[in-house]
Design a binder for this molecule. Sequence first.
Ligand code: NAP
Length: 287
Amino acid sequence: MVAPDESRGIQKFRIFSSSIVIKQVAPRGLPYPDAMGIGGVRLKEEYSDMNLKDKVAIITGASSGVGAAVARNLHEAGVKLVLTARRADRLEKLSSELKETVFIAGEITEADLPQRLLDKALKTFGRCDIVLNNAGTIEVGSIPEINIDKVCQMVRVNVEAAYRVAYVAVKYFLSQNHGHLINTSSVLGTKIRPMAGAYAGTKFALEALSEALRVELARTNVKISCIQPGLILTELHRDYKVHPKDSLNIPKPLQPEDIARCVRFILEQPDHVRIPQIMILPKDQEI
Ligand SMILES: NC(=O)c1ccc[n+]([C@@H]2O[C@H](COP(=O)([O-])OP(=O)(O)OC[C@H]3O[C@@H](n4cnc5c(N)ncnc54)[C@H](OP(=O)(O)O)[C@@H]3O)[C@@H](O)[C@H]2O)c1
C-alpha cells in the first residue's frame, strides 16, 4: 500500500514526466515557430552576427558617458546609428561627427519614444539589428536624506522606460528573426550596498526581465545581454557631493570606452554564442 505522502510524490512525478513528454513532442517550435522559420533556428544565408558593417543600432542615453562611447565605437565598425537622449545639442554634435547617424531628442519616459526610435531606424536605414538600452540615472542616499520623488523618477527611467525599450526591440527582432538587445545594468544589478538599494532595485529589475527574455527567446536568433559595470567615470555622479571614486577609494575608475569594448565584444560573437551577462569592474573596486 502506498502512504499518502508517497502517493503525492508519484502524482508529482507523473505531472513532471508528462511535461517532459510534451517537450519531447514539440521541443523546438515553442513558443515562436514563426520566428524560427522552416528549418528551425537557421538565419538567412547572408546574415551573420559577427559582421557589424552596415548593421543599424539604436542607442538610448547617447548624449554622454557609456552611450556616446558605444556610439563612437560602433561607428568605427561601420554601424549606422539612431541616438536618443534629452540634450539635443549633444546629440547634434555627436551625430555631425559620425557619418550615417541620426537622432531623436526626447524624454525616454515618453511612452511612444521607443517605437518612434524604431520607426526612425526603419525609415532612415531600412533595418534595425541592435538596441543598446542604456539611458539611466542614479539616486542614492541615507534614510533621512533620500529624495523619494527623485527615486520614483529614477524608477520610471531605469525600469519603466527600459522595459518599454526592451519590449519594442524584442517584438521587432522576433518578427525579423534576428537582433541583439543589450541592457546596461550595473554591478548593483547583482549586489546591494547600503544607501543604494533603490538604484540596485532598478538594475535587479532589468536583470530579471533580461533573464526571462533570454530564456523565452532561446532557440530563436534574438540575443539578450546585460552589462554589469562597476564605477565608470561619466556624468552619472555629477550631483554627488563626494564622487564615489573618493568615497569608495577607486583612484582609477572604468572609462566609458572600456564598456564600449565590452559591447563590441558581445556583438561580434558568432550566431551560436550567447553572452547573457558580463561584469566589468575597475581594479580597486571592492564589492
Ligand atoms: N557611471 C557608472 O558608474 C555606472 C555604473 C554602472 C552602470 N551604469 C549605467 O550606465 C548607464 C549610462 O550611464 P552613464 O554612466 O553613461 O551616465 P551619463 O553620462 O549620465 O549618461 C546617462 C545617459 O542617459 C540619458 N538620460 C538620463 N535620463 C534620461 C531621461 N529621463 N530621458 C532620456 N535620456 C536620459 C542621459 O542623457 P540626457 O541627460 O541628455 O537626457 C545620458 O545620455 C546608466 O544606465 C547607468 O545606470 C553606470
